[in-house]
Design a protein around this ligand. Structure first.
Ligand code: CDP
Ligand code: ZN
Length: 158
């Protein structure tokens, strides 16, 4: 059994009308952009780092450089399936994952089941093997001030 930990954070940018941001592979209505080279999906990025970490394969920045044009505005779900391919090639099998989004806003509870189904499809695992939770920080810190959002993930590989 191998355990891995992931963390990611992105800053909110300009206010935009009729805008959505990507969290856990799902487009969620939110009136500010997320600044990132890729789609800025903190939940999927934290999950990718946890997968790579569990296999001692480095981190997301090493595998998907933000200087690489190939990953500009990339769908992070594609990075997730590449990470699964990498851990599989290294001889590991996905066990389960648990992710926490840390954000004052947007509230994600009504999207959580879709996030789990979407990420499970990308991983090729059962929905029960991927958990998504969320918390505010009750107004404290950068997430609390609404400067950005963050996610933590833990993964078990066999
Ligand atoms: O302290 P606790 O995490 O229970 O309370 P909270 O931070 O006020 O969050 C209350 C509930 O809102 C959490 O249990 C989450 O399910 C939900 N939540 C959410 O859907 N989206 C967020 N960005 C933050 C919290
Ligand atoms: Zn990221």
């Amino acid at each position: 059994m191998r355990i891995g930990l992931g963390y990611d954070a992105h800053r909110f940018g300009a206010a935009l009308e009729n805008h959505t941001i990507r969290i856990g592979g799902v487009d969620i209505p939110f009136e500010q952009e997320v600044i990132a080279h890729s789609d800025g999906d903190v939940v999927v990025h934290a999950l990718c780092d946890a997968l790579l970490g569990a296999a001692s394969l480095g981190d997301i920045g090493q595998h998907f450089s933000n200087k690489d044009e190939a990953w500009r505005d990339a769908d992070s779900l594609e990075m997730l399936s590449v990470c699964i391919d990498k851990i599989t090639a290294a001889g590991f099998e996905f066990g389960n994952a648990d992710v926490t989004l840390i954000a004052q806003r947007p509230k994600i509870s009504r999207f959580v089941e879709t996030m789990r189904k979407t990420m499970a499809a990308s991983i090729g695992c059962r929905v029960v093997d991927i958990s998504v939770k969320a918390t505010t920080t009750e107004g404290m810190g950068f997430e609390g001030r609404g400067e950005g959002l963050a996610a933590q993930a833990v993964v078990l590989l066999r």
